[in-house]
Design a protein around this ligand. Structure first.
Ligand SMILES: [Zn+2]
Length: 130
């Protein structure tokens, strides 16, 4: 069973989620030195494989759950304002008001993970996103 770093809610078609971004795995796999001594991980794209490989090589073959950096955590909190403004525009602000800060941050993280996964897939197809 693959370990995962990303958001555990992104499971489609019964495939394990990517160990890096949490989006649906696409048949990309990695195991350090192809040795049974190390865990096998699945990924959604070659960019995520490269990230996972770099982490595994520097961490004894394991890709541990990575905590968000202080900057990323701060950015998620900062994005609450944009979420609130968007919720007001579409008429769901009263629902957002009932949510805890943790639930709001989970919502923001889910959107960010989905966005990043899409960009990574585009990069995996050789497309330059920006
Ligand atoms: Zn991925």
């Amino acid at each position: 069973m693959a370990k995962r770093l990303g958001h555990p809610k992104f499971t489609f078609l019964g495939l394990d989620p990517c160990a890096i971004c949490g989006f649906e795995g696409r048949g990309f796999g990695f195991r350090l030195d192809l040795s049974g001594l190390y865990p096998h991980y699945v990924f959604c794209s070659m960019p995520c494989v490269r990230i996972g490989e770099a982490i595994a090589k520097s961490n004894g073959g394991k890709i541990e759950k990575m905590a968000l950096s202080d900057i990323e955590n701060h950015a998620i909190v900062d994005a609450r304002l944009q979420l609130w403004e968007a919720a007001q525009r579409v008429g769901i602000a009263d629902h957002i008001e009932k949510m805890s800060p943790e639930q709001i941050d989970d919502l923001v993280k889910s959107v960010v993970i989905g966005f990043q996964a899409s960009i990574q897939r585009a990069m995996g197809r050789g497309e330059v996103p920006f």
